[in-house]
Ligand binder design. Structure first.
Ligand code: NAD
Length: 455
């Protein structure tokens, strides 16, 4: 496959896909490494991650540039992702032992009872391209700390980044063969799932997640899926600092060109603030600088994949045909590369695709609501359940709305953020299982109960 820089459509390399034979070979190597790795202890494995963190920092300029060339993320945001992802390494360094060491849970006159956390074995990690550091670290780092071997398939759109991430991991002390990079597209990913493996950890779209879940079901192994979202953002009537609410919304919608699983994908505004919100939002969206992702000023780079332009255009056309108002953008930018103009559409409703289907691009629909109850009902009207944000002056008025959301994460006066301390998990079509937090440490281990009778 030719690797294309989405900012200028030049070929930056060629990706040689793994074959059925090379995949089997890598699996055998990983299995042998897994057995040998049983000699290491938890603290040694945590040391690898400490060195990895330093290694990433030492190479950050090269890593950020590679990420930008791979998928078009503005360079400043590539640095932002890599630096931000180090907080996840810190979390695993600090917290893993607490959740993986043997736990004595009960002692009676007759028995001692404890739980040990054993690795799953060789696990497969199939990854998306939009935040390769964040979503890679969510999986292969805790998997290795828990004692597993990993077959890591980066997205074919960030293959060079994937190679560099794993090279640095191996230079940090992780034994050769314990983590193997597998390259290829969906067919290679699917072939991986046919192997004799012990767990699957996937980040990507709902449609692929569904296929993977079906394919893996017969194996009776853990299968975690972190999938897409259609995340709502509600501005209630009691907001006094509208400008800062709009700033949050702009960042939530347009950061990484809208290509975030938890990007703000639909906005609801109380009728009393609707016109002022829309005017301010359009003004600020107009000032976003679209350009070469290597320029410091650029906030909107190209989309990572050319095919996404069609998806976005269908949603925009559909909204306009059904009576929404196009206030900004609505078409590709006239330059080479996969650029789409920041697009704002008001007066939307739930008959429109833009309010129902994941957009994964720099477009947003804004809808007027007349009450918190109406906002709750619209926010819940989705097949996804990743995150939901409420902006209001009073937490008391926001709390019932947050409680009513059927999503893995709720935000009050913030959005589009992930903390290593809380579980990252989707409901409904947004996925199954959790990464991050103590749940995302334990996800890579299987508990064994020891019930020991006293003599
Ligand atoms: P995608 O589903 O197209 O691909 C993801 C990965 O799956 C790639 O490595 C791809 O090669 C592989 N793949 C494709 N078909 C496969 C198959 N049949 N069997 C096995 N592997 C297969 O998704 P994408 O375009 O890379 O990523 C964008 C999607 O990821 C968006 O929907 C986004 O919301 C989601 N995402 C979710 C999270 C989260 O944490 N919930 C984080 C990042 C991205």
């Amino acid at each position: 496959m030719k690797l294309i820089n989405p900012a200028n459509e030049t070929v930056i390399g060629e990706l040689v896909f793994d074959t059925a034979e090379s995949i089997r070979y890598k699996l055998e190597k990983a299995k042998t490494a897994f057995e040998a790795n049983k000699k290491t202890n938890l603290l040694e494995r945590i040391e690898w991650v400490k060195k990895y963190k330093q290694n990433i920092l030492d190479h950050i300029d090269d890593l950020a540039l590679t990420l930008t060339q791979d998928m078009g993320k503005p360079l400043s945001q590539s640095y932002g992702e890599i630096k931000g992802s180090l907080a996840r390494l810190d979390f695993f360094i600090d917290e893993s032992a607490k959740y993986l060491n043997v736990e004595m849970v009960n002692e009676s006159q007759t028995h001692m009872e404890s739980i040990s956390y054993e690795p799953l074995g060789v696990v497969v990690n199939i990854s998306a391209w939009n935040f390769p550091y964040n979503i890679g670290f969510n999986v292969f780092v805790p998997a290795l700390i828990a004692g597993n071997a990993v077959l890591y398939k980066p997205s074919e759109y960030t293959a060079k980044t994937g190679d560099k991430m794993i090279e640095l991991l191996l230079e940090s002390g992780v034994p050769e063969d314990l983590i193997q990079v597998i390259h290829g597209d969906g067919s290679v990913g699917s072939a991986l799932l046919e192997l004799e493996i012990d767990g699957v950890f996937f980040t990507g779209s709902y449609l692929t997640g569904q296929k993977i879940y079906e394919q893996v079901a017969k194996k009776m192994i853990p299968c975690q899926l972190e999938l897409g979202g259609k995340d709502p953002f509600y501005v209630s009537a009691d907001n006094k600092k509208l400008e800062s609410v709009v700033d949050s919304a702009i960042e939530g919608v347009f950061w990484n060109n809208g290509q975030s699983c938890c990007a703000v994908e639909r906005i609801y505004v109380h009728s009393s603030l609707y016109d002022s919100f829309v005017d301010l939002f359009v003004d600020k969206a107009k000032s976003l600088v679209l350009g070469d992702p290597l320029d410091d000023n650029t906030f909107i780079g190209p989309l990572a994949r050319k095919e996404q332009i069609k998806v976005i255009q269908i949603q925009v056309n559909d909204a306009i045909e059904k009576g929404a108002n196009l206030l900004l953008g609505g078409k590709v930018a006239e330059r080479s590369g996969y650029y789409y103009l920041p697009t704002v559409i008001s007066d939307t409703n739930h008959n429109m695709l833009i309010m129902k289907e994941e957009s994964f691009g720099p477009i947003i629909g804004i809808q007027k609501v007349s009450s918190d109850e109406e906002a709750i009902s619209l926010m819940r009207d989705t097949e996804y359940g990743l995150s939901s944000a409420v902006f209001s002056d009073s937490y008391e008025s926001a709390k019932p709305i947050l409680d009513a959301m059927n999503s893995g994460t709720v935000y009050w006066n913030c959005c589009d953020r992930v903390s290593p301390y809380t579980p990252w998990s989707g409901r409904k079509n947004s996925g199954i299982g959790s990464t991050l937090s103590y749940l995302g440490i334990r996800a890579f281990a299987q508990p064994k109960s020891y019930q020991i009778r006293k003599i």
